[in-house]
Design a protein around this ligand. Sequence first.
Ligand code: DGL
Length: 280
Amino acid sequence: MSSAPTISSAPKILVFDSGLGGLTVFVEVAKLRPHATLLYCADDAGFPYGPLSEEALVARVMLVMESLVAAHAPDLVVIACNTASTRVLPHLRARWPNLPFVGTVPAVKPAAERSRSRLISVLATPGTVTRDYTRALIASFAEGCEATLVGSSRLAPIAEDFLRGAAVSEAEIAAEIAPCFVQRPDGARTDVVVLACTHYPLLLDFFRRLAPWPVEWIDPAPAIARQADRLLLQRFGADRIGFREPPRAIFTSGARPVPPLAAALSRLGFAASPRNAPQG
Ligand code: DGL
């Protein structure tokens, strides 16, 4: 006698960021979990997180997450934000011990493994570069490398403008990435740059074009999606049968996306009218 297949409802995954950068992680999660119910939340009312003090950041993320969890009861949350993950994850896990949180932290280990010159750079927000967590990652995983930490307060807002269809200044982008490129007197040059803010892959074409020399840019999004998938496998198994609803986007400001952003969201498969969350 053959046993009937197990049918259970698809897990609900919430992908969270201060703004649109987490979409770079969202697309990878959506690829691996085609039947999941996907929600994307941009805390655009709190954007940018980069310049916030650690206390203000913790308070903000906890406040917004409180209303998101209450309203949507996700099965797993991806914090698609390095600035938040490097500081807030322990608070989130303590508050919701039964809800898995997958964080996004600077990909220092793969960068150190891939660098031949042993000169790597970590391009992030001003918040992420000052975190103890980031320094501990470098101490643990970049032994033998010289790691240059570059905190940019402009690139995340530029990436937001870009996705909203506004003109961006290439000269400004070039100036923001320039400190990543280090050349020692012996000729050794930076050969790997970690994209340690989820907004930055949105600007990758500019970075490649404006870099003073070619480097490998490390985008951790596929690895984050694999980690989310692993955790879901442990909890829900592999065989998901479900009707895939279009993903929904939530903007904490309540603002409706401008037409170029609405078009970009629709290309990613989002429902036409993003719903808004209660103000955090
Ligand atoms: N996308 C966020 C990150 O990965 C930060 C952008 C910001 O809010 O400053 O760090």
